[in-house]
Design a protein around this ligand. Structure first.
Ligand code: CTP
Ligand code: MG
Length: 378
């Protein structure tokens, strides 16, 4: 075996002030330490993954990682935990070991690759970022400015030749990081470009910041529009938003010709980018003849849900000279709420005439336009 990764997770996380140790707190659907374990396990060059855990907690951690992960109990200091990890590595003396803080969940594969490559010409490598803020030393009430040139914030993982780090990390010292041992031995160190997502969880606010950096942002709401027209013929009434309205004409159509719900169905399908009503209920198919349009509307809501979207509001405009819509508006909102599952307050139904102009003005047909807003399902 050539490359081992040691993840130190044996600390108590006291500075976070949280009852749950920081490495065990959930970030997304897995505990913080698992982010690093997974990053190493999924990297093709890493042969062994050693997780250093608090004493007496093997049972608890064993259930949280794959059987291939080596578990070992840590010590009282970080360096003691690293030494325990080194003792559990099964790699050749000239192999490579990467040592990483479990409290840094934002490890990317390309960082691992760059660290390993950098060891071709160095004894150690580590990710580092330049210092951007002004640095000051405080003496009582006075300050002095520290020159930032050549100053870096060094992160983990830090990569070493196995024999070099074993030798450099003496038996009793407690170092701020493992690189310090190589520095003390005057080793050659290559710094690769670090990553803000590699920041360590140390203080109470850090967990939420890492969560924002690492969890995908939920997609923005989606908006769709629909439009439909049905012709009018002499008859006894029309169905609009599932409400039967007495009238001297009826709407012509292959289903119940509910022009309002057809437009709304298309608006929902449009917002979810799932085609249109004709794709899902072809007019050529006899089974939809006379079908109640609540079936179409319900189907659009259901398939949008299945695609991860929830209908959050809709707005319908009916364009006709007659019948008068206003007396039926509340019933139409109510029926639409029943079918879509929306609260009635999120459903708007309005109407307009076209001042006698065009086919709607001549009472040859009714047009409807609709808009729908979908939000990502939680
Ligand atoms: N660590 C360890 N063994 C120790 C101390 C620390 O394995 N005896 C690990 C921590 O679990 C952490 C990493 O070293 O992943 C970096 O240390 P730090 O941020 O100081 O973590 P904690 O020691 O847990 O936190 P605190 O110092 O606030 O108690
Ligand atoms: Mg500590």
């Amino acid at each position: 075996m050539r490359i081992a990764a040691i993840i130190v997770a044996a600390g108590r996380g006291q500075r976070t002030g949280s009852d749950t140790p920081k490495q065990l707190r959930l970030l997304g659907e897995k505990p913080v330490f698992r982010w690093s374990v997974d990053a190493f396990q999924n990297h093709s060059e890493v042969d062994q993954c050693v997780l250093v855990i608090p004493a007496g907690q093997t049972g608890r951690y064993r259930d949280l990682v794959a059987p291939s992960v080596t578990l070992v109990e840590g010590g009282d200091t970080r360096s003691a935990s690293v030494r325990a990890g080194l003792r559990a590595c099964n790699i050749a003396d000239d192999g490579i070991v990467l040592i990483h803080d479990a409290a840094r969940p934002g490890l990317k594969a390309k960082t691992i690759t760059s660290l390993v490559t950098a060891l071709d010409t160095a004894d150690a490598s580590a990710p580092a970022l330049p210092v951007a803020d002004a640095l000051k030393r405080k003496y009582d009430t006075a300050l002095s400015t520290i020159d930032r040139t050549d100053l870096y914030r060094v992160q983990t993982p830090q990569a070493f030749r196995f024999n070099a780090i074993k030798e450099a990390l003496g038996d009793d010292q407690n170092l701020v990081d493992d690189l310090a041992a190589i520095e003390a031995a005057n080793g050659r160190v290559t710094l690769i470009v670090g990553d803000e997502t590699l920041a360590k969880i140390t203080y109470p606010e850090d967990h939420a910041r890492l969560e924002r950096l690492l969890m995908p942002a939920s997609p923005a709401p989606r908006f769709g529009t629909g439009y439909d027209v049905h012709a009018l013929e002499p008859g006894d009434g029309v169905t609009l938003c599932g409400v039967k309205i007495s009238h001297t004409q009826s709407l012509v159509g292959h289903s119940d010709a509910d022009v309002a719900w057809h437009a709304l169905t298309d608006a929902i399908l449009g917002a979810a980018a799932l085609g249109d009503i004709g794709d899902h209920f072809p007019p050529s198919d006899p089974q939809w003849k006379g079908a109640p349009s609540d079936m179409f509307l319900k189907h659009a809501v259901d398939i949008a849900n299945a695609a991860g979207w929830a209908l959050t509001s809709c707005d319908l405009t009916l364009i006709c000279e007659a019948p008068k819509i206003k007396p039926h508006r509340e019933a139409m909102r109510q029926r639409t709420a029943e079918v879509t599952g929306l609260p009635i307050s999120a459903i708007s139904v309005k109407a307009t005439t076209t001042e006698g102009l065009g086919f709607t003005g001549r009472k040859e047909g009714i047009a409807a336009q609709a808009s729908a807003v979908l939000a990502p399902l939680a």
